[in-house]
Ligand binder design. Structure first.
Ligand SMILES: [Zn+2]
Length: 272
């Protein structure tokens, strides 16, 4: 397996607590999947009502956030991707997102800070349109979330934003048969180029936030790539088509919850 490495440079004024929380994996997290719960949606029971049924959704450390891009300082942390070149996935629509569940052991990340390191296993990736995170006040056409879980239950999510441009070939096989909201199939997709889902070179930002869907579990370590990737107009249209209409007046994206500047770590991503 080829490794994709990210070295994390802590920025000036970095919140040490965020890194400690990252290593300690504060508390077990649940609700990894984006839902299936009928009590919430993106319309009548939309984001502004979620806290009524899921109190954590009203918390102080919620996601998504507007990432204010800032100049990074030097630090000593590193994030290493270890994804299989290709893997079989199971694709389904849980009525909130299109999700691809990966096989156990197909992908993992390791976060190293000083002498300590912690690994997270890739569980699934899924999509939002438009994007949930913003970079310096700008949202994008779509966003992919790669959800990882550590042995102690703590979560680390890598967010990749997409704009209209070149076709995303890593997603071609999945996009061949994208399940609609009322489609209950579990679709086996073989030989998905897992490693290609993450770009070879990029910068990213780290902050501590939450799941962007109920139960909005907090203490999630977010790594939002600064490099905006692309999908073709056709790929974006297919995704938007699924998450549009009366049930999705604003797509399947939760609005920005806050702006993050101080508690942000710059991440330098590169392939070995
Ligand atoms: Zn998500």
């Amino acid at each position: 397996m080829k490794r994709l490495s990210i070295s994390v440079r802590a920025m000036v004024g970095l919140a040490v607590g965020a890194l400690v929380a990252l290593l300690a994996g504060v508390g077990p997290a649940s609700g990894v999947n984006d839902g299936g719960d009928p009590e919430w949606d993106y319309a009548e029971n939309g984001p502004t009502t979620w806290a009524d049924s899921f109190p954590t959704c009203g918390g102080d450390f919620q996601s998504p956030v507007d990432v204010q891009e800032v100049t990074a300082g030097e630090g000593g942390a590193e994030l290493v991707f270890d994804y299989d070149r290709r893997s079989d996935v199971t694709v389904f629509n849980n009525s909130h997102t299109v999700e691809a569940e990966v096989e156990a052991g197909a992908g993992s990340i390791e976060v190293k800070i000083g002498d300590e390191s912690k690994s997270y296993e890739l569980l699934q990736f899924h999509f939002h349109t438009p994007s949930e995170h913003e970079l310096s006040g700008y949202d994008q056409e779509a966003e992919m979330h790669l959800v990882h879980k550590a042995e102690d239950g703590s979560l680390a999510v890598v967010g990749v934003l997409f704009e209209n441009g070149r076709r995303q070939s890593a997603l071609t096989r999945i996009w061949r048969d994208l399940p609609d909201v009322d489609d209950e199939r579990e679709i086996d997709v073989r030989h998905v180029p897992l490693r290609s889902l993450v770009p070879a070179k990029a910068d990213a930002y780290h902050y501590v936030g939450s799941l962007t869907t109920p139960p909005c579990t907090e203490n999630v370590d977010w790594f939002v790539l600064d490099r905006i990737d692309t999908m073709s107009r056709g790929q974006l249209r297919e995704l938007r088509h699924i998450f549009s209409g009366l049930e999705f007046p604003s797509g399947n994206a939760r609005p920005i919850q806050r702006t993050v500047v101080d508690d942000l770590d710059a991440v330098d991503l590169s392939r070995d």
